[in-house]
Design a protein around this ligand. Sequence first.
Ligand code: HEM
Length: 182
Amino acid sequence: MTHHYSFVGGTEGPWRVIGCDTIVGAPLEAVPRLSVINAPALDLPDRGAWVLQGFTSNVRYAERHEINQLRAKQEGLGRAVSSCAALIPIRKNAAWWALSQDERRAVFETQSHHTEIGLDYLPQIARQLHHSRDLGEPFDFLTWFEFAPEHTAAFEALLVRLRASPEWTYIEREVDIRLVRD
Ligand code: HEM
């Protein structure tokens, strides 16, 4: 099984797009539906209006104690109650990528408390991070979240907290796509 995923925006797929907000940078073309396919875009018969690709990978920043906390609290994708989802593609700027690994970890957790904040929203929000930068994609990361409708407000609160953090000053492109499964 491949770790490579394609997010296909177009007229097909189980997820209906209910919102597509450009937070910063260039927008993405609005589409009515989205499918998430566990394959590279080259292998797809229908590439829709756009395809964003990424791959799941090992952790870069999480430390042992954080990995343990995440594993103890998180739930997986595909829960029956998770009829809502968000696809938030993100690109970080050159200043971020010029930092060393230890400097990036300091911004990500010591200054921004990304994992500590995120843990407050588990297990209600299920998540999967996809890496795109090394594929030469327009975004560096494709972040995917699934939750039940009653946890939408909690998800908004999570976004407010993360977007106010020092880490977000390095984000030069972010599009927030909301979806429901029907
Ligand atoms: C990375 C946790 C929500 C965007 C990470 C990592 C963790 C984490 C542990 C680091 C993975 C590693 O070590 O490589 C969480 C938790 C969340 C959450 C528990 C709660 C639901 C979010 C949200 C967004 C987001 C809502 C976007 C709006 C990202 C991005 C990265 C990341 C872009 C990659 C950062 C980089 O490598 O530079 N997250 N996160 N996360 N998260 Fe979150």
